[in-house]
Design a protein around this ligand. Structure first.
Ligand code: GTQ
Length: 350
């Protein structure tokens, strides 16, 4: 090896190096050797921490909001689930937004549209509706409803009791990319142009209109819980549950086989009574909503006892297991499609 290739250690005087860094800073330059390991980490280091929100504790806070402000005044009367590791940025994980939205009988949450994609997962109550692009769908607990990016949407309620659903949006991702736009509709509620069930008739039965094209977001508006639940229970009659995911089905865009929302993976899972999953982690950070039963979730080194309607944040690349004492059904969503589309998704089976 020639002399020129032999690395030699330079021990600059400490003051000199600091002066040099100050000069670099003033000239909008930075020494990569100081930041390299942080910029290119050996593995993901999410800022989010494992955390659970007990519905029994959040519900009274939502009802309090219902006494203090109307849905119309608030535009969206939502309590944002803020991860303790990410204070003040409205994020439940490093890339996902989650909130619980309350609508009371007779209220309207005015129509608007935005670049962010949204999902609604109904937690409590029947008879509220959301309208998207001229069609309404009535909400039932466990329904998974889609508001595609840049579609007009308003919410209302013909129920006789409070209705609460979870909002899941790709807000942090759109913020990071700087691609967010929003517009208000000229009226509170949009004009209804199609009968309820229209999108289901066209796209929701394993059939497509003859000339249907591939769409970014699934054209199925509402994936009703009774069908999802029935499918999961029928799975249990043949074949064993997956050791890490239990009986698991993903919501699909029927026009192209992709996830139902291009930026958000959504799935529903059933763990049979006394089933425990094997350790698992993946690069996507996830949100879990328990629909039925009880669940012991171990995420990193924290154990959570979840009851129905509780919400759990599972940070990216954090090993977790689930244990069900009775049959448990839970909804999950994550940023997995974005990882997959960019060739970044990884999983590790412990
Ligand atoms: O219902 O349109 O939780 O635009 C956050 C932003 C709900 C909505 C949220 C929104 C909505």
């Amino acid at each position: 090896m020639s002399q020129a290739h032999v690395a030699t250690a330079h021990h600059a005087e400490p003051g000199k190096l600091d002066d040099y860094y100050q000069t670099l800073k003033s000239e909008n330059l930075g020494p990569l050797w100081v930041s390299l390991k942080g910029l290119v980490p050996s593995e993901p280091r999410p800022k989010a921490v494992p955390h659970a929100w007990e519905y029994a504790k959040v519900r009274p806070r939502l009802l309090q909001a219902g006494e203090l402000i109307t849905a119309e005044e608030a535009e969206r009367r939502v309590l944002v689930l803020e991860n303790p590791g990410l204070p003040g940025v409205s994020q439940i994980t490093d890339t996902i937004y989650a909130g619980l939205q309350l609508i009371l009988p007779g209220e309207v949450a005015p129509a608007h549209r935005h670049s962010q994609s949204a999902l609604r997962f109904v937690i409590e109550g029947t008879g509220a509706f959301t309208a998207v692009d001229g069609e309404r769908t009535t909400m039932h607990p466990g329904d998974f409803i889609i508001t595609p990016a840049w579609t007009w949407h308003d919410h209302g309620s013909a129920a006789d009791a409070p209705v609460v659903w979870m909002d899941g949006l790709d807000v942090p991702l759109v913020r990071f990319l700087g691609t967010g736009f929003r517009e208000e509709y000229h009226d509170n509620a949009q004009i209804i142009t199609r009968p309820e069930g229209d999108s289901d008739a066209r796209f929701g039965s394993g059939l497509l209109p003859l000339d249907a094209c591939s769409t970014h977001t699934s054209p199925i508006f509402n994936y009703p819980y009774d069908r999802t639940r029935d499918a999961l229970h029928r799975l249990t009659r043949s074949g064993d549950p997956d050791p890490r995911h239990g009986y698991a089905l993903r919501y699909v865009n029927p026009t192209n086989g992709d996830w139902a929302i291009p930026t958000i993976a959504t799935s529903m899972r059933l763990l049979p009574a006394s089933f425990s999953t094997k350790p698992y982690r993946s690069t996507d950070g996830a949100v879990l909503v328990l629909v039925e039963g009880n669940l012991t979730a171990r995420v990193g080194d924290i154990a959570f006892e979840l009851d129905a309607k509780d919400v759990l944040a599972i940070p990216a690349w954090t090993e977790h297991t689930f244990e069900a004492s009775e049959d448990a059904v839970f909804f999950m969503y994550s940023d997995r499609p974005v990882h997959e589309k960019l060739g970044l998704w990884r999983e590790q089976k412990g």
